[in-house]
Design a protein around this ligand. Structure first.
Ligand SMILES: NC(=O)c1ccc[n+]([C@@H]2O[C@H](COP(=O)([O-])OP(=O)(O)OC[C@H]3O[C@@H](n4cnc5c(N)ncnc54)[C@H](O)[C@@H]3O)[C@@H](O)[C@H]2O)c1
Ligand SMILES: O=c1ccn([C@@H]2O[C@H](COP(=O)(O)OP(=O)(O)O[C@H]3O[C@H](CO)[C@H](O)[C@H](O)[C@H]3O)[C@@H](O)[C@H]2O)c(=O)[nH]1
Length: 323
């Protein structure tokens, strides 16, 4: 298939581009490079650098590329920043996403796949979380993703556009070539591994008074390759709707640090800090729907195996991507 990957210079999009190229798809990456890295784009893909968002420029690009499917990873991703600057999130993650969707519809794109998030659930009433659990976001990042989910539903009802929105839990891990290099890096596992590399003196634990067994937040970590495999399965015709992607197992911040110590064989000092605003205590997925309807099965369900792939990448590229 000819596939447009928006945000394909970023963490998850670059891994997706690599796997799509491996399977012989024709991949066009569109990325503004506001985040992400030019050198993270697989050389087998065509790269188009996105310009600042102006009405019409995405439609022009889409008409030139004429993809059969759009995988829409592009977006701003920081929950904390969205609490400071909500407009940035509604503009990029809703208004700009709508430009991609409209342009895709105008070109009769067969499938639109969207990166949604567990943050649409807010503080869940129960875990594991199923797709029909109440969605009450507690930050503008989650709210913007939920707004776009609803836009997709209306486009499906009115225009018949086939979409898949994946609600990712916590993406982690790496391939040999592509890993996580956000700047600034706010995610737990890469920050812990930077301590193991000696690049940071300690990791900060945000909150030790949560209602969890060890007082720290629990998350469901999923290998980025498993995440991407679900997208590739979702390219099949007839797959449409909302799917959680996680492993169904939760690990606390302290458990993640301990797993990283075992994998790296290095001691990782930690400093306890206050809670980070907007963090729910426990997010764990039920991905039963994706398993049932897509035939999806994670290959890397164990946290230590996920961390091992991230550690291999960080050791190979201690300064991340060169640009
Ligand atoms: N990393 C996670 O654990 C996680 C969890 C849930 C959801 N998500 C979602 O998955 C997607 C990818 O996340 P990531 O971790 O790879 O982020 P990332 O920041 O590494 O990649 C996003 C890429 O999108 C690009 N971009 C942003 N706005 C753009 C625009 N308007 N036009 C063109 N390019 C643009 C950036 O330059 C960047 O390269 C995001 O939509 C994010 O909200 C990620
Ligand atoms: O240095 C750090 C970094 C994180 N944490 C804690 O570790 C847990 C995981 O934090 P991450 O920043 O790695 O991930 P989040 O769960 O905050 O965010 C991820 O999941 C969200 C959905 O809930 C969003 O989709 C977001 O884009 C995605 O990165 C949280 O409890 C956080 O407070 C620390 O204690 N120290």
């Amino acid at each position: 298939m000819r596939v447009l990957v928006t945000g394909g210079a970023g963490y998850i999009g670059s891994v997706c581009t690599e796997l799509l190229c491996d399977r012989g798809h024709e991949v066009i990456v569109y990325d503004s490079l506001w985040q992400g890295h030019r050198s993270a784009v697989d050389p087998r893909a065509r790269f188009i650098q996105g310009r600042p968002f102006e009405p019409g420029n995405i439609a022009t690009m889409m008409a030139e590329v004429r993809p059969e499917a759009v995988l829409h990873f592009a977006g701003d991703i920081l929950v904390g920043e969205s609490m400071q600057n909500p407009g940035k999130y509604f503009r990029n993650n809703v208004a700009c996403s709508l430009e991609f969707l409209e342009a895709a519809r105008a070109q009769n794109v067969r499938k639109f796949i969207f990166s949604s998030t567990a943050a649409t659930y807010g503080h869940p009433e129960q875990v594991p979380i199923t797709e029909d659990a109440p969605q009450r976001p507690v930050n503008p990042y989650g709210e913007a993703k939920l707004m776009f989910e609803r836009i997709l539903t209306w486009y499906h009802r009115i225009h018949g556009l086939e979409f898949v929105a994946f609600r990712y839990f916590n993406a982690a891990g790496a391939t040999e070539r592509h890993g996580e290099d956000h700047r600034p890096e706010t995610h737990l596992i890469p920050n812990v591994l930077k301590v193991a590399l000696g690049q940071k003196p300690h990791v900060e634990i945000y909150g030790t008074d949560y209602p969890t067994p060890d007082g720290t937040c629990i998350r469901d970590y999923i290998h980025v390759v498993d995440l991407v495999e679900a997208h590739i399965l979702a390219l099949q015709p007839g797959i449409c709707g909302f799917y959680n992607l996680g492993n169904g197992g939760g690990y606390s911040v302290r458990e993640v640090i301990a797993a990283c110590e075992r994998v790296t064989g290095r001691r990782i000092p930690a400093v306890e800090k206050p809670r980070r605003p907007g963090d729910p205590p426990r997010l764990v997925a039920s991905a039963a729907r994706a398993m049932r309807e897509l035939g999806w099965k994670p290959r890397w369900p164990a946290l230590e195996d996920i961390v091992a792939t991230a550690w291999a990448w960080h050791q190979k590229y201690p300064d991340g991507y060169p640009d």
